[in-house]
Design a protein around this ligand. Structure first.
Ligand code: NAG
Ligand code: NAG
Length: 273
């Protein structure tokens, strides 16, 4: 391989490592979403709700794909708690639970779904979201897509390393294959990011608080945003795209031509082994 192409391949390798690292970091960090809810006591003490900023209690919530942390001030000082995701596949919903009791956590979704079905005539998805539930399918498919992004990213890394140090001759292991592996890593990461944006805009941006807090008067609507763990995925997508652009610019053939150089390398290979 020409030095120019070899250098491009090395850059591709670095970008691939960056992409996979960012995807892993997005799983490992719990800052996908940040929210700063407020306690609006309008239902409890009518009269001093909207303008009395001194009586306004606030909180902070951050979470990742599986767990998170929250600090809410109910008026008796900040109360830190860990939160965990709980899901009910049969109901098609997940929720963030601040209960440290796993039996209570498991029961939580059933309780909310039952409450909405009984107490809201024609309980809708919107009612469920109001009580802190979110779409199970979108959540699971986000995780699956990102996991596949990591898998294809690792495959791409493996073959890129092989192309840098080795003398690949077969198409799928050679430079042409790299477009495919990179492309797959990019596509799945992008799908993961888009699914999460869907989940965020549809459900999470409306409410991230559990039923008990909603009933007391906590509100997180318009106070929730995507945070850096999510942007790690965006960074990974860009890395995989940059990888392919560099391969293309450096003149790696997209098509799989079986040329003379390949034959020669094959001969060398036969002599060597
Ligand atoms: C939430 O975060 C803000 C900004 O970092 C901080 O001023 C506030 O005190 C925090 N609230 C609680 C309840 O910890
Ligand atoms: C329905 O609402 C009433 C009053 O708000 C409450 O007492 C009852 O427990 C609720 N039902 C369920 C299933 O939660």
């Amino acid at each position: 391989m020409e030095p120019k192409k070899k250098n491009a391949m090395a850059v591709t390798l670095v970008l691939g490592i960056l992409g996979v690292s960012l995807l892993i970091a997005s799983f490992a960090t719990d800052n996908w979403v940040t929210s700063s809810p407020v306690l609006q006591r309008s239902t409890q003490t009518p009269g001093n709700d909207t303008d009395g900023s001194a009586t306004k209690y606030t909180g902070n919530i951050t979470f990742g794909l599986f767990r998170g942390h929250r600090v809410l001030d109910y008026g008796i000082g900040p109360r830190p708690q860990d939160i965990n995701v709980v899901c009910s596949g049969s109901d098609g919903v997940c929720a963030w639970s601040n209960s440290s009791d796993s039996a209570k956590r498991a029961d939580y979704i059933k309780r909310v779904v039952k409450f909405v079905n009984i107490n809201k005539t024609n309980g809708t998805v919107k009612d469920l979201i109001e009580y802190g539930l979110f779409n199970f399918g979108l959540w699971v498919s986000t995780i699956v897509m990102l996991a596949l992004g990591i898998v294809w990213g690792l495959v791409s890394l493996g073959f890129t390393a092989f192309n840098v140090v080795g003398k690949p001759i077969e198409t799928i292991t050679g430079p042409a294959g790299l477009y495919l592996w990179n492309g797959l890593a990019c596509t799945f990461s992008l799908l993961g990011a888009l699914l999460f944006v869907g989940l965020f805009t549809k459900d999470l941006s409306s409410n991230v608080l559990p039923k008990d807090d909603v009933e007391v008067g906590w509100v997180s609507k318009d106070r929730t945003k995507l945070d850096y763990s999510f942007y790690f995925v965006v960074g990974a997508v860009l890395s995989f795209i940059a990888s392919n652009v560099i391969l293309l610019v450096s003149g790696q053939k997209l098509s799989c031509s079986y040329n003379r150089a390949g034959e020669k390398e094959l001969d060398n290979g036969m002599i060597l082994y």
